[in-house]
Every structure is written in C-alpha cells, then in structure tokens.
Design a protein around this ligand. Structure first.
Ligand code: RIB
Ligand code: CA
Length: 324
C-alpha cells in the first residue's frame, strides 16, 4: 500500500525530532520533503538538527528546504529553555554530512505539492512550528497551496496555552502567519485540522518505556530514547510528551483523536491575548446570528481529546523498529 504523502514544516526541536522519526520510519507515511523555520531555536540550528535526524535514520532521500529565519512581524524568540542550547537535547551528535536542498522552503513546497497533486496523491502538510513558511507559500504560490490535500498543524489550543496565559508557542511566535494560513485554507477550501495543546501533552512516554527502547540497538531507537530522556530530566518527570509527533501519528490513527469542526480565529491585537486561537464553541444559532463579528470563515477540525497511551505506543513501536 502506498504511504500517505506528507511534508513536515519543523523548528527541530526535541519533539519535532520525535515527529521526524515517525514520519521517516513508518511505512504508511511517504515523507516527501521537510521545510525548516526559526522557532524553538535559530534557523541554523533547526536546519542542522533536521539534517542530523534524517541522516541518522538513513532518509537522506528526503529534501530539506531552508525557510524563514524569523516571524513575519514579531521579534524572534526561541524555546531553548525547553529544547536545550542546540535546540535538540544537547546530545553532542556529530554535524551532518547531509546538505539542505538548494530550493528554499517555499519553492520546495510548491514543487512537492504540485508534483504530488499531478500524481493524484495530494500532500498532507504538517506544520509543527510557527507557520511563517506556510503563510509565505500561500501568498507566493496560491494555486499550488490550493492543491494541498489537507493541513494538519500543531498549534493553538481551545482551552490550554503555554507561551502566554492566552497563546500557544507556535501561533504566538507568528500570529499573522497563523491567521494567513487559516484564511488560505478557507479561501482554497483546503481541509484543516488543529492539533493543539488540548491533546498535545497527552501522548506521554515513561522512563520504563525509555529503558526498553534503550535495549534496541538501532540508531532510531537510541536517538528516540535520548530525546525523551532529555525531557524527563529537564522537567523532572516520569512522563514526557512526544509533542509534535502526535500530530503525525494522527494521520495514521485518526480514530485515536476526537475532533469538532469549529470556526477558529487568531487574535492579532489583544494586549494579553495576542496569538490566542479563538475556537468558537457556541451552539445556539441565535447568538451567532447576532454576533457583530460574524463567524470566522475558517472552519477547522479541532482536536479536543486523544487516546494518549495508544498514540505514544504507536510512536514507540515505530522508533523501536516494529515491522508493520
Ligand atoms: O507549543 C508546542 C510547540 O512549540 C511544539 O511545536 C514545540 O516543538 C514548539 O515548537
Ligand atoms: Ca515544533
């Protein structure tokens, strides 16, 4: 069976690396390209980390496009307090021999999306970072953007935040980009799923599971164990989320996630709420009919519940080398 054509946009990142491992290794996914953006760490670190992961698991066939160094408007910030000073758990891995693709991110996106659509197998685009690249892709190549099969983005939250009391990191990092992407999905009728913080923290891996992974003498298993162990130590907890990897896992196990199709907007101007994803959960048509703002044109499948243990186990079995 042919795998689902996917493209990941990453700010690698410990959990982006977990997502790359799943996308690169699972036989039901056809990882066609990866694009990089500054976010968890500066772009140069993100590119190096991404190339390191793909080279380590033998996926040197996957082109890596270099994208935006910073958000459209916001000053760049990073999350190295979460991901380590090098952005990927400070593992001290040797620099990759693999080079990025000569095409910049938006061109690699355009060519990959158009060629996949021409095959009749449209790409599922999985942004796992601030959506600067995706917004630029939508505005520079709207026709190609309209050929996407679906967008499944890690970002936002209906009821949970992390970067501020109101916003999630990826959307807070570039709120304008997130708003542009939701607008483009609505205009081009590209189905869009929000894998937000309401589910992001649920798929967790315990220390005992990591110890079993360490017993598997393969590069993917050893890297996966090291990544999760870093978060166990950093957060002094027995359970560490696989984070972004859950958004990729959702493609493989849609039944493991409950979604609701809701209007979603991104707050761009609130002093304390900038970057919030406003998920409209109202059900009474009377309220909505009299809303002076009107409903958001962006109808989004918002992930609200997830079978965390099942998704974590899917990731563990894949990085542990289970033959599907
Ligand atoms: O808020 C979580 C998101 O921010 C994840 O994508 C993580 O990698 C960081 O980029
Ligand atoms: Ca990320």
């Amino acid at each position: 069976m042919q795998g689902i054509p996917v493209v990941l946009d990453v700010d690698t990142g410990v959990d982006d690396a977990c997502a790359l491992l799943l996308a690169a290794l699972h036989p039901c996914l056809d990882l066609r390209a990866v694009t990089c953006v500054g976010g968890n760490a500066p772009l140069v670190d993100v590119v190096r980390n991404t190339l390191t992961v793909l080279e380590l698991v033998g996926r040197t066939d996957v082109p890596v496009g270099v994208g935006a160094t910073r958000p459209l408007l916001e000053d760049p910030v990073d999350a190295r307090h979460v991901h380590g000073s090098d952005g990927m758990a400070d593992l001290g891995l040797p620099p990759p021999a693999l080079e990025p693709d000569p095409r910049i991110a938006v061109e690699l996106l355009r060519e990959t999306v158009e060629s996949s659509a021409a095959e009749g197998r449209p790409v599922t685009l999985v942004p796992l970072a601030p959506m600067t690249n995706i917004a630029l892709f939508a505005r520079l190549h709207p026709s190609a953007f309209g050929k996407l099969g679906r967008v499944v983005f890690m970002g936002g939250g209906a009821n949970i935040s992390n970067a501020t009391a109101a916003a999630e990191f990826n959307v807070f990092h570039d709120p304008e980009a997130a708003a542009v992407v939701l607008d483009a999905c609505a205009v081009h009728e590209v189905p869009v799923t929000m894998y937000g913080l309401d589910v992001f923290y649920e798929p967790k891996v315990t220390d005992a599971q990591v110890q079993r992974l360490r017993a598997v003498d393969t590069a993917p298993a050893q890297l996966a164990a090291a990544l999760i162990s870093f978060h166990h130590r950093r957060f002094a907890s027995d359970g560490a989320t696989i984070g972004d990897a859950g958004a990729v896992a959702m493609l493989l196990a849609p039944d493991a996630v409950r979604t609701e199709r809701r209007p979603v907007r991104v707050e761009l101007s609130g002093t304390w709420t900038r970057g919030r994803t406003i998920v409209d959960t109202r059900d009474w048509s009377g309220d909505m009919a009299h809303d002076p703002h009107g409903l958001s044109p962006a109808m989004v499948d918002v992930a609200l519940e997830i079978n965390g243990p099942w998704v974590a186990d899917l990731w563990l079995r894949t990085v542990g080398g289970e033959q599907w």
